[in-house]
Ligand binder design. Structure first.
Ligand SMILES: *[C@@H]1O[C@H](CO)[C@@H](O)[C@H](O)[C@H]1NC(C)=O
Ligand SMILES: *[C@@H]1O[C@H](CO)[C@@H](O)[C@H](O)[C@H]1NC(C)=O
Length: 377
């Protein structure tokens, strides 16, 4: 009797652990375990969610409802600026850290009224799995912030939305700045004020971002055209980022911006409806782009380029990947899009000995628009 009870408990624990996370991280953050097999918690209030994310226990945190932070810290009404004009389709800017006066001195001053909760994300500490249940895990009005050495974190199947989309500096959906081993998977971000994902200047080390949907649809854009400019910002000082099977939709810039000395493996993503540029590669950035689809992307890479890019141009050139990745690279596909001229191969050796994501053909990546984002598992 006794041993079968123990056995039953072990089976139950195994089932729970197996159900915790769908799949496993591929690429640089391979091996991330998050909260591992810790017992599940289901926060019911925003305060409880904040507490579980920010305490020092390993946790598997299920989100089975909307956590609405709008209004929770009050509203600010103050003077901001209009760097891109006062037209109704244009984003305005909050005067954060005196930004309007320091960088946009000639921009008209305007009144801005914003939700204070959006500005700073919820702190997420080490050893956490944050998992949405079905299509129910939604965080409104506040992002997630993984900083100051936090590591071993999985964020899966949630939607972060409504962070002061009218205003630049209104909030970032997911911030990493000084982290390691983070996996962002099947996440949707929409209606964000600033960046959808920002990896700041500190080292964020090994990161995998996969199967996620970055939705730039907005009525308030820095390019005043319904496309969000501030997409993905990767400028860490020692960052290895696998960016695979993501759907980057309706943006107009920084999708992504890559600098610091970030090594970015962008593989099998679907970039669609971009009125400006997808990649912006500044000094120090190193980008291997393969097997992606660019559809209606004005500039697949911005014309001013400081860093290095291998754009996987054709089968003979792509054999240059073999010595470092153990396989040839896949060509990218383009429909009504700008070219991706990048033939730098010197940095490919940095992939040697790392966990490297596999690559399918760009034909396979065309389906990413149907599979990426939250609510599909
Ligand atoms: C995270 O979990 C690992 C493995 O159990 C442990 O060594 C480490 O101290 C934990 N980190 C924190 C910050 O609690
Ligand atoms: C392949 O790409 C390289 C680099 O852009 C170029 O020099 C070469 O001519 C191309 N080869 C073919 C067969 O198109």
């Amino acid at each position: 009797m006794r041993s079968s009870t123990v056995f039953g408990a072990l089976v139950a624990a195994a089932v729970q652990a197996a159900a915790a996370v769908t799949g496993a991280a591929e690429g640089f953050a391979k091996g991330v375990t998050g909260g591992g097999s810790s017992s599940a918690v289901y926060p019911t209030t925003t305060a409880q969610l904040v507490s579980y994310l920010g305490d020092s226990s390993a946790r598997v945190i299920y989100l089975d409802r909307t956590f609405d932070f709008t209004g929770s810290e009050g509203t600010a009404s103050e003077t901001g600026c209009a760097p891109w004009g006062t037209g109704s389709a244009c984003q305005l800017a909050i005067n954060k850290d005196n930004w309007c006066n320091n960088y946009q001195a000639s921009a008209p001053k305007v009144n801005v009224r914003y939700d204070k909760a959006g500005l700073l994300g919820i702190t997420v500490r080490s050893n956490k799995s944050i998992i949405g249940v079905g299509n129910k895990g939604v965080i409104r009005g506040k992002g997630l912030r993984i900083v100051s050495g936090a590591n071993n974190i999985i964020i899966q199947n949630i939607h972060i939305t409504n962070l002061n989309p009218q205003y630049v500096w209104g909030g970032d959906a997911i911030t990493l700045d000084g982290a390691d081993m983070v996996w962002i998977d099947r996440v949707t971000t929409s209606l964000i004020g600033r960046q959808h994902v920002v990896l700041g200047n500190s080292a964020s080390n090994r990161v995998t971002i996969s199967n996620s949907k970055f939705d730039g649809t907005t009525s308030w854009s820095a390019t005043c055209d319904g496309h969000h400019y501030w997409g993905l910002y990767f400028t860490g000082s020692n960052d290895l980022i696998t960016f695979k099977n993501n759907y980057v939709y309706r943006t107009s810039g920084r999708s992504p911006k890559v600098a610091g000395n970030t090594l970015l493996h962008a593989v099998n993503n679907y970039f669609y409806d971009n009125s400006g540029h997808a990649f912006e590669i500044d000094a120090g950035g190193m980008v291997l782009a393969e097997g992606n689809v660019f559809q209606n992307v004005k500039e697949s890479v911005s014309s001013t380029r400081g860093g290095q890019l291998f754009g996987s141009p054709n089968a003979s050139a792509n054999s240059a990947c073999s010595s470092a990745l153990g396989r040839a690279c896949q060509v990218n596909g383009f429909g009504s899009s700008g070219a991706l001229p990048g033939t730098d191969t010197g940095f490919l050796g940095n992939f040697r000995g790392k966990n490297i994501a596999s690559a399918s053909t760009y034909d396979v990546a065309k389906n990413v628009q149907n599979t990426a984002g939250f609510g599909k598992i």
